[in-house]
Design a protein around this ligand. Structure first.
Ligand code: DGY
Length: 321
């Protein structure tokens, strides 16, 4: 019997956290695995016209040049909540639906944000290296004191789903909280600050949880860092592009701000040597959503989106137009 299933092009292998995920896709689709092809360009030339659904992720770019090689593409299903890796405007202009995997990662990203706040203020990275390097016995007096977390003023840039989960966790730390967004939210009681510089000036800890992409590129620039000031701490769990990394390195090196905790970088997986050389920064390899439970939920949701498209012609969790 001829294979009448629609074709789905996979830019990535699904993480092996859900054993039946790939089978579920293959039940509905003829799957083309780009990463397995000897000659990916040839695969695109030979089969690009057949592709109806593209499976990608927050870490695999789906730019206009790729989309244009798939003239019959109808849906892009992306693993991850961020979609700055996709040329959304281009996709929507061509009538292509785009889905992401929102909500299922809010808690884990918020948890890691708090991990970064705690490890940055309390100097936990430095202290851990100190123990491993055998310095405890002989050099304890040289270990710098950390900073108290409880009672600090918390500023959040981007009170979306993740920002909200970060904010909800602040009450146990008796923090005063303000946020900066495109618009104030009418469902929260925290103070809205329309002026980002004023927010940075007011807070002790500035958490960046906004979307990536051109509209937020270098939103956190030298002026914001100067406003945050020499006691201020920057935490970024959003996208590396939101922070001007060169300005941040300067600010950390010269004490313009006190410290930073980063899960994301401008050119991942590249982390500038100048950043790695600094002791007042905690560096994580973009792991905010990397727990077994959350990755299972994300893989399940990306597969559900593809299944939903195959069943009904509509993805389940579309990215807003
Ligand atoms: C996302 O989902 O956008 C995360 O950054 C990937 O873990």
């Amino acid at each position: 019997m001829p294979d009448t299933k629609p074709t789905l092009l996979q830019l990535l292998a699904l993480p092996k956290v859900l054993p039946d995920a790939q089978q579920r896709l293959e039940k509905r689709y003829h799957c083309l695995k780009l990463w397995e092809a000897d000659d990916p360009n040839q695969l695109m030339r030979d089969h690009g016209e057949e592709v109806e659904v593209l499976l990608t992720s927050a870490f695999h770019a789906a730019r206009a040049a790729l989309i244009d090689q798939l003239p019959n593409l109808k849906a892009i299903c992306s693993l991850g909540v961020g979609y700055d890796s996709i040329d959304i405007g281009h996709a929507h202009a061509h009538g292509i639906q785009v889905s992401n995997t929102p909500d299922v990662l809010n808690d884990c990203v918020a948890d890691l944000t708090w991990g970064l706040i705690l490890s940055t203020l309390r100097g936990m990275g430095h202290a851990e290296r100190f123990v491993r390097e055998g310095k405890w016995e002989s050099q304890l007096a040289t270990l710098p004191l950390g900073r108290r977390v409880t009672g600090k003023r918390l500023g959040i840039v981007g009170l979306g789903r993740v920002g909200l989960a970060v904010a909800q966790r602040a009450s146990g730390f008796e923090m005063d909280l303000r946020y900066h967004n495109r618009r104030p939210r009418n469902d929260v009681a925290w103070t809205y600050e329309s002026d980002l510089l004023a927010l940075a000036d007011w807070c002790d800890i500035l958490v960046v949880a906004t979307v990536g992409g051109p509209e937020t590129r270098h939103l956190i620039n030298q002026r914001v860092l100067e406003s945050l000031g020499p006691e201020g701490v920057l935490i970024n769990v959003a996208r590396g592009s939101v922070v001007d990394e060169k300005a941040l390195i300067e600010a950390l090196a010269h004490g313009t701000i006190a410290a930073a905790g980063l899960d994301v970088f401008e050119s991942e997986p590249h982390v500038p040597e100048a950043l790695k050389a600094l002791d007042n920064v905690v560096l994580m390899p973009h792991i905010a959503s990397a727990t077994l439970e959350t990755r299972q939920a994300m893989v399940n949701l990306v597969v559900e989106n593809a299944e939903s498209y195959a069943r009904s012609g509509k993805v389940l969790t579309p990215v807003p137009q």
